[in-house]
Design a protein around this ligand. Structure first.
Ligand code: PEP
Ligand code: MN
Length: 637
């Protein structure tokens, strides 16, 4: 049952409820959501729910209708984010697990780890205990394999996962891996589920070959009831009459499961199809259907693989797949999970001013809570960081400059609206601030109103002028009966509608704004052009720049320069980039404040071959009146 607690409940009252339930044989789990806190109580005994309802501090009691309780969406409405080492699975992320079917040698796992890490995989897989159909097939290297896996994971900074087949192996495996994998053949090995669940460690639970979705979720329930809440489901194809592929990938299971459970669900296109050329298209299909990630088999020499060679991708194919996923992730409004690059400075290192009292990371942005910039912050830094809303772009810069925020998330360009020139000027002006990263998000506009409001009721729609302009088709058709009213920002418009409490008013904004203000999304994806993206710069003070740059390959630079007032001076500057093979990605000119009819030029360029940018920069210093690098960073665009 779900025991919904009153908002003002005291700790003492909570304790009384908890003991009441435990004494009657229930296991009690506290779940803190953004709107309410509940106790999930599961157990074998039956209890008249009215007895619980009468306890002080209880708002209501709701029975869970599904046979799986802890895993059900009824109990926990918000997505569970599973943490595996420094990687997160779930929410707005796409996490890719890759590696060979089986660990065959130290050299093999090292080579594969290096190539999948380079391509963007975040968790390394490799079987050490292989459950093979034939007893004569390779059974895995056992503990020796686990040692190699751990070593490769540590060397390439990736957490690891490997399949456990025997309850007695659990303690040994726990020493080597970061996430247990329960294979399809063992999905209903309940003793194994209990032994793994007891560790409290993350578990990847494959769907059984012939398991229904409900049986699969009951297996997850076993894990959770035994002590872990870190469960990732993995659809890996089911047995049907079709023999053209090894199994039949049940794509529709992804959205079905997501509705039924808060646990993240990923897909395994390798075992689902058994055929290399099907792996990439099915990977894309899985992500398009809403999967929170993939598990893909990759081998450096698939033709020589001890197991599952025909379905293993070559490293180059995997690299191409990762690039395709990068493009697709933007379309589905998610971001590819990367190995966390942010090393949080601790108070001890003298950074007390930039961290809040709980020692959290603070990131500034312009706008109200729930703005699109906040979405970009969550994508780049995760849910744990603290956001600092600022009235203007200038004050978001100031927050970084003064150390109230470690980073700032600053929009530079929208694919429909163009460059946000004010921010280029601010970058030019703030010499102590650098561009250290980049984040792109897809802008998905939604009609947001009071809970219970209907679209037909709406008479007034508020949003930022750009938000309104980007939804003209919708405003002219579905909302033809309503009046569009400009507001200073999208999230602010939602806050305004909430304050009015009027069901005839609505706002156009992103999903986070609806969440932050507890409002209802009346209609989703109402923008006229779905190919609407905003690109942000992540800024920080020079001295913190290195922390975000350390892990990923830096491949882009932003610079600003001025040239002399003579024929060909801009041309000559750009020629330097051409000469050194640097691909220019953006060029913008801005008037220089206080110098009428003089201009600064902003350039973004790829860094090209090693050392090319440094030489080019030296030449630019020679021919430009002034030149300055605004920052170097990793770009995936
Ligand atoms: C595996 O991932 O190596 C594996 C054996 O998968 P499944 O259990 O899905 O067959
Ligand atoms: Mn395999």
């Amino acid at each position: 049952m779900i025991v919904v607690l009153k908002k003002q409940i005291s700790d003492k009252q909570k304790e009384v409820i908890r003991s009441f339930l435990s004494e009657r044989g229930y296991t009690v789990k506290e779940i803190v959501g953004s709107e309410e806190t509940v106790f999930g109580a599961v157990g074998r005994s039956s209890l008249d729910t009215r007895e619980v309802e009468m306890l002080d501090g209880v708002a209501s009691v709701i029975p869970i209708s599904k046979p799986f309780k802890l895993a059900s969406r009824e109990l926990k409405k918000e997505d569970t984010i599973v943490t595996v080492g420094n990687v997160k699975i779930g929410g707005g992320r796409i996490a890719v697990i890759a590696g060979p079917c089986a660990i065959e040698s130290r050299q093999q796992i090292m080579e594969i780890a290096s190539s999948v890490r380079e391509a963007g995989a975040v968790i390394l897989r490799g079987g050490a205990f292989k459950p093979r159909t034939s007893p004569y097939s390779f059974q895995g290297l056992g503990e020796e394999g686990l040692k190699y896996l751990k070593e490769a994971g540590a060397l390439y900074g990736m957490p690891t996962t490997s399949e456990v087949v025997n309850p007695s192996d659990v303690p040994l495996m726990a020493l080597y891996i970061d996430m247990f994998q329960i294979g399809a053949r063992n999905m209903q090995n309940f003793e194994l589920l209990k032994a793994v669940g007891k560790t409290g460690m993350p578990v990847l639970l494959k769907r059984g070959l012939c398991a229904t979705i409900e049986e699969w979720l009951m297996a997850a329930e076993y894990l959770m009831a035994s002590g872990t809440d870190q469960v990732v489901l993995c659809e890996r194809g089911i047995r049907t009459y079709e023999r053209a592929t090894r199994n039949t990938l049940d794509i529709s299971a992804i959205p079905v499961v997501q509705k039924m459970t808060h646990l993240p669900v990923i897909g395994d296109p390798s075992h689902a199809t058994g055929l290399r050329e099907m792996v990439s298209p099915m990977s894309l299909a899985l992500v398009a259907s809403g999967a929170s990630g993939l598990m893909v088999e990759v081998h450096n020499h698939p033709e020589k693989a001890f197991s599952d060679g025909p379905q293993s991708l070559y490293p180059a194919q995997f690299e191409k797949l990762m690039r395709d996923l990068q493009a697709l992730s933007q379309v589905v409004g998610k971001s590819l999970e990367r190995i966390s690059r942010i090393t949080l400075p601790t108070k001890k290192s003298g950074e007390g001013a930039v961290l809040s009292t709980e020692g959290r990371l603070v990131v500034s942005f312009q706008g109200e809570r729930g703005a699109y910039s906040e979405l970009a912050i969550r994508r780049a830094f995760g849910e744990e960081c603290e956001v600092l809303p600022c009235k203007s772009f200038a004050s978001a810069f100031d927050a970084v400059l003064e150390g109230r925020a470690l980073y700032g998330m600053i929009p530079v360009e929208n694919t429909l609206g163009g460059t946000i020139l004010e921010n280029l000027d601010l970058l030019d002006r703030h010499r102590a601030i650098e561009v250290v990263g980049e984040q792109q998000i897809r802008i998905i506009h939604n009609l947001i109103g009071m809970p219970g409001a209907t679209i037909e009721q709406i008479k007034e729609v508020y949003s930022h002028p750009q938000g309104l302009a980007q939804c003209t088709d919708y405003l002219g058709s579905t909302l033809a009966h309503a009046q569009a009213i400009s507001f200073f920002d999208t999230a602010g418009a939602v806050a305004h509608v909430k304050e009015c409490g009027d069901p005839t008013k609505a706002a156009i904004a992103g999903v986070p704004a609806a969440k932050v203000y507890g409002m209802e999304i009346l209609d989703e994806g109402i923008e006229s052009n779905p190919r609407n993206y905003t690109r942000f710069y992540i800024i920080s003070r020079e001295e913190h720049a290195q922390a975000v740059r350390s892990m990923a390959a830096v491949n882009r630079a932003s610079l600003v320069f001025t040239v002399g007032d003579r024929p060909g001076s801009l041309f000559e500057a750009l020629l330097v980039l051409t000469k050194h093979g640097l691909n220019m990605k953006k060029l913008e000119s801005r008037p220089i404040a206080g110098k009428p009819w003089e201009y600064s030029f902003f350039v973004e360029t790829e860094l090209g071959e090693e050392g090319a940018f440094a030489v080019a920069f030296g030449e630019l210093e020679g021919i430009c009146k002034s030149v300055r690098v605004l920052g170097t960073y990793t770009s995936n665009l």
